[in-house]
Design a protein around this ligand. Structure first.
Ligand code: SF4
Length: 678
């Protein structure tokens, strides 16, 4: 048996581990780790080891489908693309370009996302293009742009190993980013101190030196409380604050009110414990903060991110080896889809669409007039569809009927659309409502790049052919662009697309597929002789001086009431991934975590007469789901947790669509809920 090994990048979390796909006769038979990969170093988590399993699942979409008389019927690519292009043209002519929205995809490559946003901007003349970063780290992008001028991990994954203090909040790192968690455990072995602040116990928090549990929705209060301790005890890095930052006085003015008593009353954290955390973090030589969606998915998510940036700057823990602020991105290419311009206000490389100079550059490169007005975010597009203002959505590789908040509202909204086109690898909860469904190739069936959470641009390589008549998304985007009459969609390979993207995206200016074959490149990499950038903000911040944001505590949009006495928070588990489209079709992963559950505190369960494994209904103001109870001490009294992977009890039927005003990220992490037995 001749086994071929094809080096590629994991399609699951944003860690971006490389591994070899094992191929026999155009079929995947397994995954082998790559020892020379500087990210994974020969390790993989269970999802990585099973990353081949869903690829040849019989459910894969294999032919284009078009809805006729209420049913999806098979058709040819020619017919489906002609219909899609014709409908886009009709709707554009009748209602204007801003009646159409495109969704790019954190599961597609940089090259594909570059083409998706080019389709929206150059072929349809709308900036209505967004993707699921809106639902996970949009507040990181807005918050860190304000504080530092750049919204990405400031350091690299290997640096966790050499930190003296690792401060983790809002991240279940060992389950959601296991190989990054493994680096943290190496640091622990070396004697580093790990601090975790989280409403739940996590596998990492059980090993931490200090674990504190805050009330959900109280993050700015404890962060400001820490900063007050640092100021009061003379632990500020005065030199750093003086030479590298601005607006420290404004911050001091806000945090002076964060007294220990006040902070405890908001957060539930004891003053002495918070002071100890502040001292350990501030006094460490090398301290890295890691955070994820527990921080970002709030109606004040941008401000929480800015508060963490304040904490890093006030102690000078930023801009050097193993010192920094590190948002852990959830999906394989969510960093890259932001970099590639899958955002309604930004061209590729974070260049503003309302900046005349930037727009002129893209107009010249693409030979077309471009719109100046920022487009709709994904969350606002749903609201506009619900009131009949948005008429069409073209969705590449996203499952909004699982991933968005308040799914009842999303369903009502997409039923109003005159055109819903879904391009995906499997039928999804969203494609059930589509007028046109196009079959796409998955990561193992095409070439391209993903950018992982530490800004490393990583090749994916074609190992097998797509099933049936499925096409890679980049080819679908090109064919659609040509049918819409746009110029600049004549690409014959992803490498050619990257070559064009590099010419208009300064942070990717020196990146090409040939180089990536030989070396690890992290952006910014502005020229062909540049080696890429491991650590951001070393001499100065991207924006010059770092800016302290004077942010203060604000309550979540919903707080518990008599009718809804619990706070529901959502998240992931180790074996499933995002909306379950891929992992739930991987038999070994599904075997380990096959059904939805709600975690609740032992005391709460006893009071309600609920035992481990009982069926319960969980309700919010938006809906009810039924699932099994897991009775545990992992979660604080008054809070419950539901993973959002399971369509049969979709947590997002319950979540609140209240938005952070700046980033428009929804408040997934706090909603008022009730639990009843039965
Ligand atoms: Fe894949 Fe993330 Fe696991 Fe690495 S840690 S193998 S990237 S899921």
């Amino acid at each position: 048996m001749n086994v071929e090994h094809v080096l590629t990048t994991c399609p699951y979390c944003g860690t971006g581990c490389n591994f070899f796909l094992q191929v026999v006769d155009d079929r995947l038979i397994g995954v082998v780790p790559c020892k020379t990969d500087e990210i994974s170093r020969g390790q993989l988590c269970i999802k990585g080891y099973n990353a081949h399993a869903f690829v040849q699942h019989p459910d894969r979409l294999k032919t284009p489908l078009v809805r006729e008389h209420g049913e999806l019927k098979q058709t040819s690519w020619e017919a489906a693309l002609d219909l899609l292009a014709g409908e886009i043209k009709r709707i554009k002519e009748k209602y204007g370009p801003d009646s159409i929205a495109f969704l790019a995809s954190a599961k597609c490559t940089n090259e594909e996302n570059y083409l998706f946003q080019k389709l929206a901007r150059a072929a349809v003349q709308t900036n209505n293009v967004d993707h699921c970063a809106r639902l996970c780290h949009a507040s990181t992008v807005t918050g860190l742009l304000y504080s530092f001028g750049s919204g990405a991990m400031t350091n690299t994954i290997p640096e966790f190993e050499n930190a003296d203090c690792i401060f983790v909040t809002g991240s279940n790192t060992l389950e959601a980013h296991p190989i990054i968690g493994a680096r943290m455990l190496k640091a622990l072995d070396r004697g580093a101190k790990i601090i975790v602040i989280d409403p739940r116990d996590t596998p990492l928090s059980r090993l931490a030196h200090i674990k504190l549990s805050q009330r959900p929705g109280s993050d700015i209060a404890w962060i400001n409380g820490m900063i007050k301790v640092i100021i009061d005890e003379g632990l500020v890095d005065q030199d750093f604050v003086k030479t590298r930052t601005t607006d420290f006085d404004k911050l001091k003015d806000v945090v002076k009110d964060a007294t220990p008593e006040k902070v405890e009353s908001i957060t539930g954290i004891k003053p002495a414990e918070l002071a100890e955390v502040a001292r350990v973090y501030a006094k460490a030589d090398r301290a890295m903060i890691a955070y994820a969606m527990g921080v970002t998915q709030h109606s004040n998510g941008t401000n929480i991110v800015e508060a963490l940036a304040n904490l890093a700057m006030v102690t000078g823990h930023i801009g050097s080896e193993s010192n920094g602020l590190n948002p852990l991105r959830g999906q394989c290419n969510v960093q890259g889809s932001c970099d590639s311009g899958g955002l309604p206000n930004l061209f590729p490389g974070y260049q503003r669409v309302d900046d005349e100079k930037a727009r002129a550059k893209f107009e010249q490169a693409w030979d077309v007039k471009l719109p100046a007005k920022p487009g709709l975010t994904l969350t606002c597009a749903i609201k506009e569809a619900a009131v009949g203002k948005l008429k069409a959505m073209v969705i590449f590789g996203e499952n909004i009927m699982m991933s968005d908040p308040d799914l009842g509202h999303v369903e009502d909204a997409i039923k109003e659309l005159e055109l819903l086109a879904v391009i995906d690898i499997f039928p999804t909860e969203t494609s059930k409502f589509a007028h046109i469904v196009l079959p796409a190739a998955c990561y193992a069936e095409k070439d391209g790049t993903f950018t992982n959470t530490d800004r490393a641009v990583r090749l994916i390589r074609k190992a097998v052919n797509p099933p049936g008549d499925a096409w890679p998304d980049w080819k679908i985007a090109c064919e659609l662009g040509k049918r819409l009459g746009a110029k600049g969609f004549d690409f014959s390979s992803p490498a050619e697309v990257m070559a064009e993207m590099a010419t208009v995206t300064p942070i990717y200016g020196g990146i090409d597929h040939d180089r990536l074959d030989r070396e690890v490149l992290r952006w910014p990499c502005p020229s062909k002789d540049h080696k890429g950038t491991r650590i951001l903000h070393t001499q100065k911040f991207t924006k010059g001086l770092g800016t302290f944001a004077p942010v203060d505590h604000a309550p979540p949009a919903e707080t518990p009431s008599d009718e809804y006495p619990f706070i529901l928070t959502t998240g992931r588990n180790l074996f499933q991934y995002h909306t379950g489209t891929m992992t739930r079709r991987s038999s070994k992963l599904e075997r380990e975590a096959p059904e939805p559950y709600v975690e609740m505190n032992k005391g709460d369960a006893k009071r309600l007469g609920i035992s481990e494994g009982d069926r319960v209904s969980v309700s919010s103001r938006r809906g009810t789901i039924n699932l099994k109870a897991r009775v545990t001490e992992r979660i604080i009294p008054g809070s419950i947790f539901i993973p959002f992977h399971y369509a049969e009890a979709a947590a997002n039927r319950l979540t609140n669509a209240a938005l952070d005003p700046e980033s428009k990220i929804p408040e997934f992490k706090v909603c008022a809920a009730d639990v009843q037995k039965g």
